[in-house]
Design a protein around this ligand. Sequence first.
Ligand code: NZQ
Ligand code: ZN
Length: 381
Amino acid sequence: MNDFMYSYPTKVYFGKNSASNAIKSELASAGKTIMLAYGGGSVKKNGIYDEIAEMLCKMGKKVIDFSGIMPNPTYAKVQEGAMLAKKEQVDYILALGGGSVIDCCKIVAAQAKTEQDLWEMEFADRNIPSNAIAMGAIVTASGTGAEMNGGAVITNEEKKTKTGMLAFAPRFAVLDPVYTLSVPRMQVISGAFDTLSHAMETYFGNSDPDNVSDDLALAVMRNTVVNMRRLLADINDLQARGNLMWDSAMAENGILKVGRLTDFQVHQIEHQLGAYTDCNHGQGLAVIHPVYYRHILAAAKEKFTRFAKEVFGTDTAEDGLNAFTAFIQECGLPTKLSELKSTVEMTPDLLRQVADTCNIIQCNPRVLSRDEIYEILCECI
Ligand code: NZQ
Ligand code: ZN
């Protein structure tokens, strides 16, 4: 066990009526002006927006809309939200969406409280924000676990960088699986794969082999696979959706990471690929994961063997990796970069730029060179 400090800032409301219960309890004593933030309009179509707006109106709140937050939210969108929050003197931000809306709101909340440019503050001055507007997250698409942590993944289009920024975790999170029922099938599966990836990337980081976090990570992986298979059989299985919602939060709320180092090399490569191509996060991970693992397998044979036995019920490290690769196919997730929906063509030149600019992890089974990352990306074509 490495040294650590652990505290938890997010209150979770799970299940039926949780949005109503949370809003009544958490916003009663908040100020009057609430920013209701959402994406490209799914919440307007499925009625969740109207439901939440009505609750707020009944409480006498003034609702300020902040709409159009795109998947893979941009830093420009953050600035737009922060300006609006300042102008309207917003007291509380409610993020209504998936990881993209929640992440965007975390940085809006912090940027609205300072005149300093947050990107400069975090990456040039190496400081983190000290203040933010309070916010809550109402999850409508699950998988990232963004609702229970203080990190936010933001794309800076000018700098061609998609990376994690640090801010404050939401004060509360609403997890109602019913709210996810209108999410398109492929997004449901991509989100769940993101959860599996988080637990795997945590587990494959360097740690004492008898660390309890490894045991927890393996349990989250097993449970995610079981429930993804239930959804493959019946995409509307509400119990499975709920199980996966909690898996998602568990995988990224920090509890698996306590007292250990993590890998997250696949995430670093995928994030940078996203900066250049705007591809879907979970689907990008599905393509890169098996190739990366084939590269590092020999350096983590024992861990891969344990993963093989406990998650896929196979005997050897190689069998486990084959079962994982077959599972990605079983899910219908992309297995090649060419299958990802991308705004630009993934040429070797573009992949070289991704390899040359992504973060390189130092606490994984084997540290990769930029040439090897490029090789991995070329093997994904
Ligand atoms: O924009 P709308 O119209 O709402 O449509 C969204 C979007 O197109 C749709 N959607 C959401 N709820 C829906 C729905 N459609 C129908 N019914 C509903 N109830 O789903 C699409 C994808 O949404 P998005 O929020 O982009 O997906 P996800 O939750 O996978 O979030 C991805 C973002 O989170 C970052 C990713 O990099 C990416 O930017 N991540 C954040 C993390 C964190 N903060 O801890 C960790 C992750 O590793 C990840 O990097
Ligand atoms: Zn992820």
